[in-house]
Design a protein around this ligand. Structure first.
Ligand code: AHR
Length: 502
């Protein structure tokens, strides 16, 4: 059997893990809101129209923060449309997704849903068609206690206490020509700077995220970050990164290597932030908000058909990727990559949460179930808390189309408050198990091993409403702890959570 070694030391800590790296995203897009989290009349709907079965799955997934309301949607969104008496809210054409937005669910409802789902809102403002004035108004509406025009309107609309939204996105993907009112880097940097400044004047406790590139593949990538940060470095706290991967050619080995690209992307953006900070003699270090990430390609053709048949309708079935087993493996490796970069990546939002490129799917009037990608996120969020460890991994390597020297065992580790060590590992080999030997001698009192494995013989296997458990983790045996070393077999093509517990 192939061998891999991992060396961990209690003193080799990358950083504390910010729990917000296990965040998610709900956009007014497709059936994410209408027919996803919200379906009045559904057998499980509560008095607010929220599906309790979905809330239960979200609570189990454990997403500490949820970005909202877009996405591309936000660049044409007037936040004022989404508050006030529901029956009087305006219906608007959404030019991002060619649907009609009824605003039945808005700011108050979303904040309410967040408290039920045990998550914090991360609210995006519109820096496409709107600007500084709307930005300061919505912070005042949401966070100011009272005694001013916007905060009193919130109170009149039924929320006496401020929402206290701590995290704000300064627009979305403003580098992308597909954006409603796309901007150049310096145009965006100027408005982001001014918006951040006045938003913080209204509420100094908030943190704000500036839009980085919508992907590392953009022709403006790099220059965009340099130019826009030149304008707004002092007033922002995070830079966003977005990245989606696909496997249209069915090359599993190359697909599973994509997390190497993710790692390079993160390191490059961190380096650019530091370069701008250095140039500005800044003491402050910017952190990264990877606020859109996932696999996304299964539904692209289907979406064109939907629009051909049904433009401008409400809640069109868009971006409904059905995730297979290999997608879950790449998602696992993406999570491992965030942990490895825990000193810079402080927020990450799987895009998205329900129905739209999502870990949770629903049927109108029917069930809600977990897609394959639900499991690695759920397990990482549950066990990947505390401190990220600098794991030295010596693994067999392979070459594939785009990458050389790809580790067959992609692995990292964390240690939590109680001193339990969790190893997260993806075996990328299609055929071969790997025997892992981990040096844990510097950790006190470890006495037992737990092992959970996600594997399926078919990389294309999926979960459905009728077969919701086709792909799900199972407990495995056989791990041993002896003289401070953990030995365990990591099966071919699998996501693993291996815990050495006290
Ligand atoms: O998550 C789907 C879309 O992908 C978002 O609206 C946009 O920001 C990105 O291009």
């Amino acid at each position: 059997m192939k061998q891999a070694n991992m060396t961990l030391d209690r003193a080799y800590v990358i950083d504390r893990i910010d729990p917000r790296i296990y965040g998610s995203f709900i956009e007014h897009l497709g059936r994410a809101v209408y027919g996803g989290i919200y379906e009045p009349g559904h057998p499980t709907a509560d008095e607010n129209g929220f599906r309790r079965d979905v809330i239960e799955l979200v609570r189990r997934l454990n997403v500490p923060v949820t970005r909202y309301p877009g996405g591309n949607f936000v660049s044409g969104f007037d936040w004022e449309d989404s508050v006030g008496p529901r029956g009087q809210r305006r219906h608007r054409l959404d030019l991002a997704w060619f649907t009609t937005e009824t605003n039945e669910v808005g700011l108050h409802e979303f904040v309410q849903w967040c408290s039920q789902a045990n998550t914090e809102p991360m609210y995006a403002i519109n820096l496409g068609t709107r600007g500084v004035d709307a930005a300061r108004a919505v912070v005042e509406y949401a966070n100011h206690p009272g005694g001013s025009c916007w905060s009193d309107l919130r109170r009149k609309n039924g929320a006496d206490k401020p929402f206290g939204i701590k995290l704000w996105c300064l627009g979305n993907e403003m580098d992308g020509p597909w954006q409603i009112s796309h901007k150049t880097a310096s145009e965006y940097g100027r408005v982001a700077n001014e918006a951040a400044k006045v938003m913080k004047w209204v509420d100094p406790s908030i943190e704000v995220v500036a839009c980085g590139s919508s992907s590392s593949q953009m022709p403006t990538f790099g220059d965009w970050e340099l130019q826009m940060l030149d304008e707004c470095y002092e007033n922002v706290d995070y830079v966003s990164l977005h990245r989606y991967y696909g496997n249209p050619t069915g090359d599993t080995r190359a697909f599973l290597a994509r997390s190497m690209d993710l790692d390079a992307f993160i390191r490059t953006v961190a380096a650019i932030c530091d370069a701008v900070g250095g140039k500005k003699h800044a003491r402050k270090k910017l952190h990264l908000s990877f606020d859109e990430w996932n696999v996304w390609y299964h539904s692209r053709e289907q979406d064109q058909e939907v629009w051909k048949q049904d433009k401008w309708n409400r809640a069109l079935p868009l971006l409904e990727d059905v995730y297979n087993f290999e997608d879950a493996l790449l998602v696992g490796s993406m999570l491992i990559t965030f942990l490895r970069n825990a000193d810079r990546v402080k927020i990450a939002c799987m895009a998205q949460l329900v129905n739209v490129i999502a870990p949770i799917m629903t049927r109108k009037g029917g069930g809600a179930w977990a897609q394959t990608i639900y499991w690695p996120l759920m397990q990482a969020s549950r066990y990947g808390r505390g401190e990220a460890l600098r794991a030295i991994v010596d693994s067999p390597l392979y070459d594939c189309g785009d990458y050389e020297a790809v580790p067959e065992l992609d692995a990292t580790a964390t240690v939590d408050e109680e001193g339990h060590v969790s190893i997260f590992a993806v075996n990328r080999s299609l055929t071969e198990d790997i025997r892992l030997r981990a040096d844990l001698r510097s950790f006190d009192g470890l006495r037992a091993v737990e092992h959970s494995v996600l594997h399926h013989d078919d990389v294309n296997a999926v979960n459905t409403e009728l077969k919701p458990d086709e792909v799900r983790p199972v407990s495995a045996r056989g791990g041993e702890l002896k003289d401070g070393y953990l030995e365990i077999t990591v099966p071919a093509l699998s996501w693993n959570v291996i815990r050495a517990i006290r």
